[in-house]
Design a protein around this ligand. Sequence first.
Ligand SMILES: [Mg+2]
Length: 208
Amino acid sequence: MKSTELVGAIQRSLAELVTYADELRDLDQALGDGDLGITISLGANAVIEALGAVPEDARPSEIARAAAKAFANANPSTMAALVAGGLLAGSKAWADVEDVDVAAAAAFVRAAGDNIAQRGKTQLGDKTILDAIMPAADALVTGADGAAGLEDAIAAAEKAVVETRDLQSRRGRASWLQERSIGLQDPGATAMLRFLQSWQKAAAVVAR
Ligand SMILES: [Mg+2]
């Protein structure tokens, strides 16, 4: 996927992601403060708008950097800052990328996950967005080319999201619930899954 297609695919996928805002708000309400729906909506809409102003000849790394900036500035939450930092780390992984394929997507998601783990002082199993990001990155790295690679990443993220229900929240506001967090699905991990599913829909338009 070249830059011009990339901008459209990101915009369409984020417009789709916003349709999950109520689900994310409800999941976050059960575990935290319920602001995740707003964080995702404001962030996604800010990115859609910002990418409308990106020059035609922008490289994929520049597009990702513009998205990171817009997402960070749209909302002051911790989640927005962590996701934006992840997007920025992903943009650096694309320094030499002209054409975004599964390998490039894998490098992006991995770099974003590593950054979020570091800045959020989070590890796998803490019941956070990382629990969906890392399995998705693994599936993209080892998986098939093209649409099948994305399908594998979605399957891995979906499995991980279901598994978060059995985990105790170790980070953020959700950790205040301690054992009472067990049984509830992690909103951040769910947001990552919904993004991948939204991306699949958006990228299918490009592939046609
Ligand atoms: Mg929250």
